[in-house]
Ligand binder design. Structure first.
Ligand SMILES: [Zn+2]
Ligand SMILES: [Zn+2]
Length: 238
């Protein structure tokens, strides 16, 4: 369960617990450890309000994985109103020239949240992926690594959210991203990129990842609040 601080009804800035949101996780439909149902149950027990399941896709598996994530989300959401799954996808290691087509295809197949796997310091993602991803207009550019200022500004202009990642390796450039945010604005999200139980947020972990990236606690809580509103908008039946 999430760490509870402050008294019920206090404002978020006063330290009251808030429901959590995670816009980036993986089930065993790609390389996560659990079936969507188990991943969802574990997230629910940690105090999540919304969990996006965003399994890895490229041209080879997009048409199989997205309908499967949709089916799982429909099943989970049938039994729960207070906790809901948003079916999504993460376009991963696609050639730059294919990213726009894959983002569109993912949306056509019903993904309500589309991420692109950015130029993390942890993997040899092809240079130019960040820029191609931003121009494709996904919801989130995940773990964009040492994104340059021009690409950052373009993302902010296009309303593409940039991701602070809790994931080992991807998290190495979180401080860089926060520096760009302070200079250029735009919207940040904080996600786990979780593949198993220990990766998932508690409130303390959410705050820790944000503060470790150089944000203040009120800034982290403002990002959480904005991400909850964004998730509500993506969950059209909420
Ligand atoms: Zn990724
Ligand atoms: Zn991921």
């Amino acid at each position: 369960m999430s760490v509870r601080t402050g008294k019920a009804g206090a404002t978020p800035a006063g330290g009251a617990s808030m429901k959590l949101v995670d816009l980036h996780t993986h089930s065993l439909l790609s390389d996560g450890l659990y079936l969507p149902m188990e991943l969802a149950r574990r997230a629910e027990c940690r105090g999540y309000r919304w969990l996006a399941i965003t399994d890895h896709v490229d041209a080879s598996n997009l048409e199989r994985v997205i309908p499967e994530v949709l089916k799982a989300a429909a099943e989970i959401n049938r039994r729960s109103a207070g906790f809901r799954v948003i079916p999504g996808a993460e376009v991963t290691h696609a050639p730059a020239g294919s990213i726009a087509g894959l983002v569109d295809a993912a949306r056509r197949l019903g993904a309500r949240l589309v991420l692109v796997h950015g130029e993390t310091l942890a993997e040899p993602v092809v240079p130019g992926t960040n820029r191609a991803a931003i121009e494709a207009g996904p919801d989130i550019l995940a773990h964009p690594g040492l994104i340059d200022a021009a690409d950052y500004r373009r993302a902010a202009e296009k309303g593409v959210r940039l991701e602070i990642s809790a994931r080992k390796g991807h998290c190495l450039a979180n401080g860089h991203l926060v520096q760009l945010w302070r200079r250029h604005g735009g919207r940040l999200v904080i996600d786990t990129d979780g593949h198993q139980e220990d990766d998932l947020f508690t409130e303390a972990r959410y705050l820790g990842v944000g503060r470790g990236a150089g944000l203040t606690e009120p800034e982290v809580r403002a990002i959480l609040k904005e991400s909850l509103a964004f998730a509500a908008g993506r969950d059209k039946t909420a």
